[in-house]
Design a protein around this ligand. Structure first.
Ligand code: AR6
Length: 180
């Protein structure tokens, strides 16, 4: 057995509730849209809790492509940073691009985390709300991509999921159990 921490699978934990209240990670991830100027769902909750300073900082980012991620400060949030990523809209994405674009959100979020010297991150269930990506499929992609990307990048100490409802929690529980 090796004692190199990079050889160990990243710690992934599942939580019920509101991601905006998590002050124990370095960054929370926002399931944003390409404008980065706010919206409903978790995006709306993050902007409400972070205050107007977040919107002002987002304006200077000039949007974000689907599958990419950009970082800001956390402003009034307990977490110091927000990583904004844009998931695919299920109905508007070509069949062969759906899974890859969702995987890219998780991979790019971890890359941005590590590029900024950060180690602990919390995610919502990207694309499975308004964007209607099927949650079982999304959960499997999320867990697999995070395990692979964390192993490649190194230095990721903790990945948390904040899941809002029973069906979403159950989907991630199954995906996590199947990945172990
Ligand atoms: N904490 C954790 N999870 C939450 C929270 C919260 N405070 N609020 C909602 N969820 P969605 P998407 C869950 O629609 O599908 C926005 O308008 C929610 O129950 O927020 O990627 C953006 O501006 C669901 O399980 O994100 C975009 O236009 C999950 O978070 C669009 O929605 C994701 O649902 C993005 O759609």
């Amino acid at each position: 057995m090796s004692s190199d921490p990079h050889d160990r699978p990243v710690l992934i934990t599942l939580h019920r509730g509101d991601i905006t209240r998590d002050g124990e990670v370095d960054a929370i991830v926002n399931a944003a849209n390409t404008s980065l100027l706010g919206g409903g769902g978790v995006d709306g909750a993050i902007h409400r809790a972070a205050g107007k300073g977040l919107l002002a900082e987002c304006r200077d980012l000039h949007g974000c492509e689907t599958g990419d991620a950009k970082i800001t400060g956390g402003h009034d949030l307990p977490a110091a940073h927000v990583i904004h990523t844009v998931g695919p809209v299920w109905a508007k994405t070509k069949a062969e691009e759906k899974d890859a674009l969702l995987a890219s959100c998780y991979r790019r979020s971890l890359e941005v985390l590590r590029e900024n010297g950060l180690a602990r991150i919390a995610f919502p269930s990207i694309s499975t709300g308004v964007y209607r990506f099927p949650v079982d499929r999304a959960a499997a992609i999320a867990i697999r991509t995070l395990r692979e990307s964390a192993a490649e990048l190194g230095g990721v100490e903790e990945v948390r999921f904040w899941l809002f409802d029973d069906a979403t929690f159950a989907a991630y529980e199954t995906a996590l159990a199947e990945s172990e």
